[in-house]
Design a protein around this ligand. Structure first.
Ligand SMILES: C[S@@+](CC[C@H](N)C(=O)[O-])C[C@H]1O[C@@H](n2cnc3c(N)ncnc32)[C@H](O)[C@@H]1O
Length: 255
């Protein structure tokens, strides 16, 4: 594994993110992104369930074999998916890599430092505030890097996960190739994406889903499973307004 370039509040930086990069990155905006992602992913009590449960359920079928493996989530945000796996599989060695320091700080506070966090969504019509208690997981670490520049040696990871990441990458193909590079032979890639690209060329390259499968095959992945009918409803407010994300789930194996 690469040595960190520096640390900020306990978060290792494997990429030299400048102050200008920080300003440009919408995921560093605290209220808009971190507070919202914290509520969505960690404060199930507000919603009465976990709105992104489909992500965990898709993973559930395939993650069982990795209870003692090395598991990496790329674009881990506030860490719900990788944190849940680390909690269930204390023998697994888990990493969450993200490009946003603010997301990583929140993830680390909650899943590793065991801090309790207050979530106040009264401005969105919910009662509140509520307190959620964190964990002190010893088999989970978070670090800052880009999906296209992961701080791991070739062929070191058993399972690589990502959700709601692919369509946010400047170069999705390079991201997928990088995940392939660090997977062990027979290692698995699990991705969930709404394919909600914001660049015309990415739509051309990866949509409809057959084009994504082709790209994965060209990189060297065999597609073991795919689902194109997953609808994830992201709640917006206490009145019940929501965004429906039509998601694709793919399990690939490095051959
Ligand atoms: C839409 S959020 C998804 C978070 C979480 N995985 C989920 O399913 O909700 C996208 C996340 O990807 C991160 N991200 C964006 N570009 C990235 C990149 N190039 N490398 C690593 N992470 C990135 C963002 O900081 C953010 O935390």
């Amino acid at each position: 594994m690469k040595e960190p370039l520096r640390y900020r509040n306990g978060i290792p930086f494997f990429f030299d993110k400048s102050e200008q990069d920080f300003k440009k990155d919408i995921y560093e905006r605290y209220d808009e992104m971190v507070v919202r992602q914290t509520a969505l992913h960690l404060a199930d009590e507000i919603w009465g369930n976990y709105p992104m449960q489909h992500v965990l359920d898709f993973g559930e079928e395939h993650c069982q074999n990795y209870r003692d493996g090395s598991i990496l989530e790329v674009g881990s945000g506030v860490g719900r998916w990788i944190g849940s796996l680390a909690k269930r599989f204390p023998g697994a060695k888990c990493w969450g890599i993200d490009y946003s320091y603010q997301m990583l700080k929140r993830a680390n506070e909650f899943w590793v430092e065991g801090k309790s966090i207050e979530v106040d969504l009264r401005s969105k019509g919910f009662p509140g505030p509520i307190k959620i208690n964190g964990y002190q997981l010893r088999n989970l670490q978070f670090g800052l890097s880009k999906a296209t520049d992961l701080p791991f040696e070739n062929e070191t990871q058993d399972l690589v996960l990502n959700s709601f990441l692919l369509d946010r990458l400047e170069n999705p193909l390079e991201g997928l190739k990088e995940m392939f590079r660090i997977l062990k032979p027979k290692g698995k890639l699990m991705l969930i994406t709404p394919l909600n690209f914001n660049k015309y060329e990415h739509w051309l390259d990866f949509y409809p889903p057959g084009k994504l499968y082709e790209k994965l095959n060209e990189i060297g992945f065999e597609i073991l499973d795919s689902r194109e009918d997953m609808v994830i409803r992201e709640p917006l407010d206490g009145r019940g307004n929501a965004v429906a994300w039509k998601c694709l789930g793919v399990l690939g194996s490095k051959n």
